[in-house]
Design a protein around this ligand. Structure first.
Ligand SMILES: Nc1ncnc2c1ncn2[C@@H]1O[C@H](COP(=O)(O)OP(=O)(O)O)[C@@H](O)[C@H]1O
Ligand SMILES: [Mg+2]
Length: 260
């Protein structure tokens, strides 16, 4: 586990100025995301986890420092280059599904799939159909988002995030708005994709979600303050209470050691 470094940050800094007051959110983050890992970013609310995710994924521009994707400098790249990178190489899942309200669930998945370079429309439809089925959405594929449940919408958002076979999926509290059953389902889908090699970087403040990862990072006061490795999540043991409890206990003990 933990292949080649795919995404790296060096001395990454980000400050916001609001009403003349400067807030320093990232204070020199050094980080490497390795291919194939399910990396989980934890930390207190308001500490800057989302900001870090956005700066790493080219959605926001850092104030200082560098981000490299496969060795190539992406911080400071032009907006059209970043848009291309996000469309071709990155996938995103947020707390809310953010589906396009007048497209069906299937269309929400297939339309971004048409953007993938070197792929025909026919191939894009095939990939989207496969994902719709894998996410258990066949019966609601022709529904509009407002005709589907919150859990279905979020599963659709996961399908959309991976339709272009991204190098990295960034997930920012992807289960934050879901009940426990839907959370487990969405986490199971992300974990299943990771088991097939999909690199995932997920923000969560929830230990139950965090234990799906194999590398846990703790972010506080502007930088990564701690790190814990876990064996890759074994989906076959998802219903094994002792297995889940043991991982939760390890993660909780680690967080306590950081005075979480
Ligand atoms: N666009 C923005 N303008 C000004 N301040 C912001 C902006 N985005 C985030 N912040 C501030 O940066 C800090 C970190 O926010 P965020 O990254 O959303 O934290 P987290 O995801 O850990 O809850 C907060 O104090 C927040 O108010
Ligand atoms: Mg956040």
């Amino acid at each position: 586990m933990g292949g080649e470094p795919i995404l790296s940050a060096a001395r990454l800094a980000k400050s916001y100025v609001t009403d003349g007051v400067q807030t320093h959110v990232l204070l020199g983050v050094d980080l490497e995301i390795r291919e194939g890992d399910f990396t989980v970013l934890m930390g207190p609310s308001g500490s800057g986890k989302s900001t870090l995710l956005y700066c790493l994924s080219g959605m926001d521009a850092p104030t200082a420092g560098e981000v490299r994707f496969r060795g190539k400098l992406i911080s400071g790249a032009k907006e059209n280059e970043l848009a291309e990178l996000r469309a071709q190489s990155f996938g995103f899942v947020f707390q809310a599904a953010h589906l396009v309200s007048d497209l069906t669930l299937f269309e929400n998945v297939v339309v971004p799939g048409y953007l993938k370079r070197g792929r025909s429309a026919h191939e894009a439809r095939g990939v989207a159909e496969g994902l719709i089925s894998r996410m258990g959405l066949e019966e609601v594929a022709a529904h509009l988002p407002n005709q589907s449940s919150g859990g279905q919408q979020q599963r659709c958002a996961v399908a959309r995030a991976v339709v272009n076979r991204p190098d990295i999926v960034f997930a920012d509290e992807p289960t934050g708005a879901l009940n426990q059953a839907n959370s487990r389902e969405v986490l199971g889908l992300l974990g299943g994709l990771n088991a097939e090699g999909q690199t995932v970087l997920m923000v969560t403040h929830d230990v139950k979600s965090a234990i799906r990862g194999n590398r846990l990072l703790y972010f506080e006061d502007g930088a990564i303050r701690g790190e814990m490795a876990l064996p890759a999540w074994d989906a076959a043991r998802a219903e094994d209470a002792a297995y889940v409890r043991d991982r939760e206990a390890q993660a909780t003990a680690w967080l306590s050691s950081l005075a979480w």
